[in-house]
Design a protein around this ligand. Sequence first.
Ligand code: UDP
Length: 197
Amino acid sequence: EKYAKVMGVNFPKMTLDRTIEVLTDVIEEKRPELFHVITVNPEITMACQKDTSLRLIIDEAGLITADGIGIVMVSRLRGGNLPERVTGYDTLLRLLDSGNQKKWSFYFLGADPLTNEKVCEVIRKKYPALSILGRHHGFFKQTEEDKIVEEIGTLKPDILVVALGAPYAERLIHKNKSKLNAKIAIGVGGSLDVISG
Ligand code: UDP
């Protein structure tokens, strides 16, 4: 049994280590399609019970992770046994670390303008061998979205990090999947605020 079903959502039984292995393969395989990673927290799990558009986004993701100890506990009660919680923050830190070793490229979308600028400085210092191809804060107008998506599509980052809050990040990634030209896109909630210090 490779999946545990919690509230109708099929979570793969994957540790953080295994998640990073899978994502490393995705980057090295040079797939044509964007690989959408969603760290599904209890709020998203609840919301997708009624929201069919959100449900579709989760069903079409390349990989979902169980981002909540409650989800892991429920899986254990039902014998599904998810191995551990896999958060956006932990996944991002590991991707930055691997990216620094393997010279991956990143684009950082989201957080307030100052945090977005600061987090890129912090990341450049701490992970000097990865490249930051571009960045944009997350308080843009709806009318500016296409321009930002186009910029990302031109830059073709290995990894697009989106910190806009769930499920807005997930909707933006899903809607623009074919235009973003990233290998992996992941919503990371408030992680950039934490990393920027
Ligand atoms: N944010 C943003 N644009 C917005 C609203 C929020 O860039 O219009 C950023 C906010 O600055 C923070 C992140 O999105 O960095 C949301 O973090 P939160 O912890 O609320 O996200 P969640 O865990 O709910 O996904």
